[in-house]
Design a protein. Structure first.
Length: 615
């Protein structure tokens, strides 16, 4: 079935500005609390002049044309899940959640066409019901709009799986040009591929995405295998772990030197029965939310409690095996008495010296790999993606036995091989569960938080891990633990894609994410920790910040990281010559060349904090 044509777009030049205001009146909010936009994390807020809530593409055109004629800043808003000020403006906000229809689902071609404002969690059941289809890879949540996920290069994890944007086959975009035209763009040379590749991570700066065509795959179940290992083993074997399953994601607890690993593979096994209501409450609500928040609130005043709390949460909530009470109390005693050298629990500065030779070895190997361009070839264009037999990524050593599966999966991307990790590197017997893919991909991220995430080239995963570990271990040894870092650090891998500003546009990458929770929505210190975290990854490993997260890189910094940065700016200038879509975020990171390099952090920090929520 051919995709539906782009929406009709009668000219608007016969309408006066007063006519546009009159037509928009039923969909406009001019006063009251809705004018105040606050993101989910409650870290940024702004008050706009008006909020438009369109329900059709024509309504979007009216709003864009009105803003263009008036010279008023306009920003599209989705679910507000970006923990940055990417939406914030004192002008107009265009709330797209009313554009939430699925226009077509085609099980034969395994594609769908939906409006850009649909929330991903609402899209999943429609795809399942109408076509027995599912998106191939998802991040931790499905609370974003489809357009928002594309515009910020939202990703999941899996060395053979690129960002969600890569699955897009076409985009319908309203441009801030006279009469607010709607254009359909794609990888087809006849459909403005430059604008398409810019919009795959467009940051809301190259038009308003009102329609998305996307390739998906047959609905599937996932089997999740969860186990843990010590950081010293994980840092040695990160590559074979990353390539040992279709999707691998990891949570590293640097205070206690442990890593929890989740490996996901498609399966036909029966869905695991849910836990009892009591067990679910204890493991999903009481401990990770209420008790966790209570102790974190205390650490705002007594930061030295944080290492103990990390050990407590690891022992009683995060590790998949049984509780080792003897090890738990021994770890507490070692910390209390300061006897941490040679500890089974606490990382030590002496241990860093023992890791030095492995770190140097991995740095040499990474340099050779990057110089000889051994990284995998680009992912296929969405138009070429189709079912294919399972394949194995680069050979790993030693070979692992395949996991038991009932049949080869119907696949969109070549998969990494299913492999077993050898004992005794695992700390505990793995736990398993099976469920629909979306229920395994997504999980409860807890309460509001400050977050920072950086993407480093895939071969540099090991060196980056060693560097962050040295930083955390050194800080852990300081009296009182002044770093005040929360946990965990999330480790995920994605395949390269073709978005010009995608962090993995230049090759396969490893995302490393830090988190500082806000217990009971209280402020916590995070700037010093995130600044060090970001600086280490950017300076030493060309780390690229996730666009949806707050960061301090200027246009000149970003130009050095993205070869197509100036191409993106040329497209932006072509489709928005009046700067209608340019807010403080876009100005600060993309277009204001008057800024200095990253070193002029005081001015950048001042600009980042313009819309910051004050305690």
């Amino acid at each position: 079935m051919a995709p539906l044509p782009p929406p009709d777009q009668p000219p608007l030049d016969h309408l006066s500005t007063a006519d546009l205001r009159r037509l928009l009146a039923p969909y406009t909010i001019l006063a009251g609390p809705p004018l105040r936009f606050t993101n989910w994390a409650t870290t940024f807020t702004s008050t706009s002049q008006a909020v438009f809530r369109p329900t059709t593409v024509e309504h979007v055109r009216w709003a864009v044309e009105l803003a263009r004629r008036e010279g008023t800043e306009l920003r599209a808003a989705g679910a507000g899940h970006s923990p940055s000020d990417i939406v914030c403006t004192g002008g107009y906000i265009l709330d797209l959640k009313g554009l939430n229809r699925v226009l077509d689902v085609d099980p034969t071609t395994q594609t769908f066409h939906a409006e850009g404002g649909i929330i991903l969690r609402d899209l999943h059941p429609i795809l399942l019901e109408k076509g027995s289809l599912a998106m191939s890879c998802l991040g931790s949540i499905s609370d974003q709009t489809l357009a928002g996920a594309i515009s910020t290069s939202t990703h999941g994890s899996g060395v053979s799986f690129p960002s969600i944007s890569t699955c897009a086959t076409f985009l319908d975009i309203v441009l801030p040009l006279p009469s607010a035209p709607v254009v359909r763009v794609s990888r087809d040379p006849a459909e403005d591929p430059d604008l398409f590749h810019a919009a795959l991570c467009g940051l809301g700066a190259v038009g308003i995405i009102v329609g998305v065509g996307m390739r998906v795959e047959r609905a599937f179940k996932l089997e999740e295998e969860v186990f843990s290992m010590r950081f010293d083993e994980f840092s040695k074997r990160w590559r074979e772990i990353a390539e040992s399953a279709e999707h691998v994601r990891c949570w590293w607890f640097p205070q206690v030197g442990r890593v929890k690993i989740s490996r996901l593979n498609r399966t036909n096994k029966a869905i695991t029965p849910p836990s009892s209501a009591l067990t679910s409450y204890l493991t999903s609500t009481l401990l990770p939310k209420h008790i966790h928040a209570l102790i974190l609130s205390l650490t705002r005043y007594i930061p030295s409690l944080l290492p103990y709390h990390a050990w407590f949460m690891w022992t009683f909530h995060e590790q998949p095996g049984r509780v080792d009470w003897g090890l738990f109390f021994r770890g507490v005693w070692e910390r209390v008495t300061g006897r941490m050298e040679g500890s089974e629990v606490w990382p030590s500065v002496k241990g860093l010296e023992e890791m030095e030779s492995e770190r140097e070895k991995q740095e040499r190997e990474a340099k050779e790999e990057m110089e000889t361009k051994l990284d995998r070839p680009p992912s296929p264009a969405s138009s070429d993606i189709g079912p294919s037999p399972s394949t194995t990524a680069r050979p790993t050593s030693p070979p692992f036995r395949p996991l038991d599966v009932d049949r080869p999966s119907q696949e969109v991307y070549p998969r990494s091989g299913r492999k077993k990790l050898p004992w005794p590197i695992l700390e505990d017997e793995p736990s398993y569960r099976v469920d629909l893919g979306v229920r395994i991909f997504n999980y409860d991220c807890g309460f509001p938080q400050y977050t920072y995430e950086s993407c480093v080239p895939y071969p540099l995963t090991g060196p980056a891990l060693y560097t962050l570990n040295a930083f955390h271990t050194s800080e852990l040894a300081r009296p009182g633990y002044p770093l005040k870092a929360h946990f965990p650090i999330e480790v995920r891998w994605t395949e390269r894609d073709d978005g010009w500003l995608s962090p993995t546009g230049g090759g396969r990458g490893c995302y490393l994410g830090a988190i500082q929770y806000r217990p009971f929505n209280l402020p916590v210190p995070y700037r010093s920790y995130f600044s060090s975290f970001a600086s280490l990854l950017h300076t030493l490993f060309t780390g690229k910040p996730h666009w949806a997260k707050s960061h301090h890189l200027s246009p000149s910094d970003l130009r050095a990281l993205y070869p197509r940065f100036d191409d993106f700016l040329r497209v932006r200038e072509r489709v928005d010559p009046q700067g209608v879509l340019v807010n403080e975020y876009v100005r600060r990171h993309l277009v204001d060349e008057s800024q200095g390099k990253e070193g002029e952090e005081g001015e950048m920090e001042r600009r980042v904090r313009r819309w910051k929520v004050r305690p």
